[in-house]
Design a protein around this ligand. Sequence first.
Ligand SMILES: *[C@@H]1O[C@H](CO)[C@@H](O)[C@H](O)[C@H]1NC(C)=O
Length: 279
Amino acid sequence: MFGIKFGSSKFPYIERDKSVYSALIGGSDRQARLFSCAVIGLLLITNICTILGLLATKYLTHQLDAAEPEYTPKSAARVQTIPTKWSRLNWWTEYTERNFTETDQLWDDINPAHGFIAMDRKWAKSQHWPDSMHLPSDDSKNVYLLEAYHLLHCVTIIRKTFWEAIDRKEKYTFHPPHAGHCIDMMRQYIICKADNTPLYLFGDDTAGDEQYRKCNSWDALRDYATDNSACYRDTPRDVDPTKFPLGAHFGYCDGGYDGVREGKRAGPWRHGVVFDGPE
Ligand SMILES: *[C@@H]1O[C@H](CO)[C@@H](O)[C@H](O)[C@H]1NC(C)=O
C-alpha cells in the first residue's frame, strides 16, 4: 500500500527528510494491516447502510402504494382547490361594534347572492356536480349556490333575527325557523371542518385573539363567482318575498360586488401577544 520508492532520485527532497516519514515507512506490518482493516470495515459499513436504506425506502414506498387511496363517493362534486392565505382573526371587529347605525350598514352591505353561479350542464355532470335548477334565461345551464355564500347568508339571518328578538320587535324580517336551520347548518359545518388550530388563552374569556388562521382566499372565491355569475339577486328589502316570483331574481348582475370584507380590528382587547408577519 505504501510502496512509493522514497529512495528515488526523482524525489531528492524526500531523501533529505526521510525521518519525517518513519512512522509510515517504518511502521510495523501489524499497524498497516490494522489500517487496511479499518478502511475496508468502514467501506463495508457504509455500503451495508446504503443498501439497507434503499431497501427500507422501497419497502415504505410499497406500503404507501398498497394503502387504500382516499375514497370519494361518485356523487361528490369535484371542485378546484382554492389558494390559501394566512389571516389573523380578531375577537372584536367593526362588524361587532355597538354603534348599530354603522354595524348594521356593514352587515346589510353583504351580498350573499353573489354566490349564485350558472354552469354548463354537461360540464357540471362531468365534474360529478348534482343536477340542479336551470338558469331561466339559458336552459343549457344549471344554477348553484357556493357553500361559503350560503353560510354567509345564514350568519346575516341569524344576526338579524337575534337583534330583532333582543329588541322585542313586533315582526321578524325572517321566520325564526329559518335562523334555526342556519344555526344547525353552522353546527354541522363546524363539525365537518374539525379545525384543529390551537387557540391561546388569556383567562379573560377570549381565545385566539389576533392569532393566525390558515384561510382559503376569499378573493379567489369571489372572482370564481364573478366569472360564473348567475346574475341572481335576493328579494329586495321592501318586497314581500311570498309575492316575488323566482324568475324575478335573475337577470340582475352585481358587477362582481359581494360586500365582503375581513373587517377592521376594534374593541378594547390588548393581549400584547406578538405574532410575526404583516399587521
Ligand atoms: C354612530 O355612527 C353614526 C354614523 O357614523 C354617527 O352619526 C353617530 O353619531 C354614532 N353614534 C354614536 C352613539 O356614537
